[in-house]
Design a protein around this ligand. Structure first.
Ligand code: GAP
Length: 451
C-alpha cells in the first residue's frame, strides 16, 4: 500500500526533516527544494545504489563528474538553444503564464479564455562567466547531464582504452526554468539526474535499447518500486526529442497521477556526430548541422578494421527527485495495530534507509547505560553501512514511533540486562518483533542485515 495523497508525503517530509521548501523564511523560491538531514541520506543512498549497479557491478561502464556551467557552443550544437522549449501562453486578463499543453483553452487562475497564442519559451538558465556581461561570456546551467559526457568522449576513450560497447555514467544537477513547476519534487527547476550514455555499434542499437529497458525496470523494482505500478510508454514519433529515434518512458503511478520516472532513449549518432570535427569524413547517419568549432573527432576506431565509427547511444536517464518521490510513496504505510491505534511506517529497503539503526538507552540520565549505548553506536558506525544514531530521549515508545516513520530498519535498546548480562534488545521495524541477542553478536548481526 502506498500513500493516499501527496499531502501525506509532504507532511511527513517536513515533519521528519526529509524535504523543505527552499528559501522558505523569505516566502520560498518556486520549483526549488532543500533536502534535510534525512532527505540527504535517502538521496545519497539512492544515488549510491545507482552508481554501484551502473559502474561497480558492471565491467563496461566508466564514471564522470563534469561541470554544471556549460560552454554556449555545447548547447548550440546539441540543439538545445534552438529546440529546448515549451509552449508558453499568457492570460491577458490576470497576466499569469502557463504551459499551453497543460491547460487547454482556459486560464486555470481566473477562468478567462483570453489567452495569447503559444510561443516557444527556452527552458535553459543563461548566465555569464567572468566579469564581462557580453555575448562572448554567455554560458548555461546544463539542462541535462548528458552533453558533457559526449564532449568528454575522446578524453575517456583515450584514457581508458575502451572498445565498443561501453558506457559513461554521471550523476549531477540539471536545471530547467520550468514554466509551471508543480507536484512537490516531481517537476522542479533544479534537480539531479542519473544518466548513462551507452555507446554501441550502429546496427546493435535496437538490441541494446531493449536490454536497457529491461535492466532499468528491474533496478527500480530492487529499490522497492513495485513492478505493477510501472508501465512502459512508447513515446509517439511526433513527440520524440530532436535527437531520438525511439524512446520508452518508465511511467509510474505517482500520488498525483501517472507520469515519467525515467526515459530510455536511442539517441543514435546525433550527439557525437553533432559535436565532432571532420564530420564529412565520418559515416554519420543522423541529420546534423555542420560543426566548424569542435577540435575533436568523436569517433572510435575498430581495432580489427581500423575503420572510424561514430557509435550509436542508448541513454537511460532518471531523475533523483522523482526516484525519491516514488520510493517514499511506495514505502509509506499506515497500519492498524492490535490495540486499535495506528502507526505510520516507512518500509524502505534497508540500503535506502536514512538511518540504519537507532541505539536507545532505556534511561537518558543513567551514565552506564548511555556510555554503553554510545560505545555500541560507535562500533556499528565504524562498519561503514551508513548512519547509526544514538537516540537518547529516554522514551522508548516515542523513539520506536519516530524510527518507524523515518524507515529505520532496527532499534537497539540498551537496558539493565545489557549491563548485567551483556545483551541488547533488537526491535524490527516491519514486524515489530523484539529479540534479545548477546552484545558480542551484534556487529555480525548488523553487518549481515545490511549485506
Ligand atoms: N538526457 C535526457 C533527458 O534529460 P528528460 O526526459 O528530459 O531526458 C530525464 O529527463 C529525466 O530527468 C526524467 O525522466 C525525469 O526523471 C527527470 N526530470 C526531467 N525534468 C525534470 C524536472 N523538471 N524536475 C524533476 N525531474 C526532472
Amino acid at each position: 500500500m502506498s500513500a493516499k495523497s501527496m499531502d501525506e508525503l509532504v507532511s511527513l517530509c517536513k515533519r521528519r526533516g526529509f524535504i523543505f521548501q527552499s528559501s522558505e523564511i523569505y516566502g520560498g523560491l518556486q520549483g526549488m527544494y532543500d533536502f534535510g538531514p534525512l532527505g540527504v541520506e535517502l538521496k545519497n543512498n539512492l544515488k549510491s545504489a545507482w552508481w554501484k549497479s551502473m559502474v561497480y557491478e558492471r565491467d563496461d561502464v566508466e564514471g564522470l563528474d563534469a561541470s554544471i556551467l556549460t560552454n554556449q557552443l555545447v548547447l548550440n550544437y546539441s540543439g538545445h538553444e534552438d529546440t529546448f522549449t515549451d509552449p508558453l501562453v499568457d492570460c491577458k486578463s490576470c497576466k499569469s503564464r502557463w504551459r499551453a499543453d497543460q491547460i487547454g483553452d482556459t486560464c486555470p487562475n481566473c477562468g478567462s479564455k483570453d489567452l495569447t497564442d503559444p510561443r516557444p519559451f527556452n527552458l535553459m538558465f543563461k548566465t555569464n562567466v567572468g566579469p564581462l556581461e557580453d555575448e562572448g561570456s554567455i554560458a548555461y546551467l546544463r539542462p541535462e547531464t548528458a552533453q558533457q559526457i559526449f564532449t568528454n568522449f575522446k578524453n575517456i576513450v583515450d584514457s581508458t582504452s575502451r572498445a565498443l560497447p561501453f558506457g559513461i555514467a554521471q550523476i549531477g544537477k540539471a536545471f530547467r526554468n520550468e514554466i509551471t513547476p508543480r507536484n512537490f519534487i516531481f517537476r522542479v527547476r533544479e534537480f539531479e539526474q542519473m544518466e548513462l550514455e551507452f555507446f554501441v555499434e550502429p546496427g546493435e542499437d535496437n538490441l541494446w535499447h531493449d536490454k536497457w529497458i529491461e535492466e532499468r525496470s528491474k533496478w527500480w523494482e530492487s529499490q522497492g518500486v513495485s513492478k505493477k505500478k510501472i508501465r512502459f510508454l512508447e513515446v509517439p514519433k511526433d513527440e520524440l526529442s530532436h535527437y531520438s529515434k525511439r524512446t520508452v518512458d518508465l511511467m509510474y503511478e505517482f500520488p498525483h497521477g501517472e507520469e515519467e520516472l525515467e526515459g530510455i532513449a536511442n539517441r543514435t549518432d546525433f550527439d557525437l556526430g553533432s559535436h565532432s570535427k571532420n564530420q564529412d569524413q565520418l559515416n554519420i547517419q543522423s541529420k546534423i548541422r555542420k560543426n566548424s568549432d569542435s577540435n575533436s573527432r568523436l569517433a572510435i576506431q575498430n581495432k580489427d578494421t581500423n575503420e572510424w565509427i561514430v557509435p550509436f547511444v542508448i541513454e537511460p536517464s532518471a531523475g533523483v527527485e522523482r526516484g525519491v518521490l516514488a520510493i517514499l510513496n511506495e514505502a509509506y504505510k499506515v497500519e492498524k495495530l492490535e490495540d486499535g491505534k495506528e502507526r505510520i511506517v516507512l518500509a524502505l529497503k534497508p540500503h535506502l534507509s536514512p538511518i540504519k539503526a537507532a541505539v536507545i538507552p532505556l534511561k537518558k540520565n543513567n551514565d552506564d547505560l548511555v556510555s554503553l549505548a554510545k560505545n555500541i553506536k560507535d562500533e556499528l558506525q565504524s562498519l561503514g553501512k551508513g548512519r547509526v544514531l544514538l537516540e537518547n530521549t529516554g522514551n522508548i515508545g516515542k523513539s520506536y514511533r519516530k524510527h518507524d516513520e523515518v524507515g529505520t530498519p532496527m532499534c537497539i535498546t540498551i537496558d539493565f540486562d545489557s549491563l548485567e548480562n551483556n545483551t541488547v534488545t533488537i526491535r524490527d521495524r516491519d514486524s515489530m518483533d523484539q529479540k534479545t541477542i548477546q552484545i558480542q553478536e551484534l556487529t555480525s548481526y548488523f553487518s549481515n542485515f545490511f549485506k
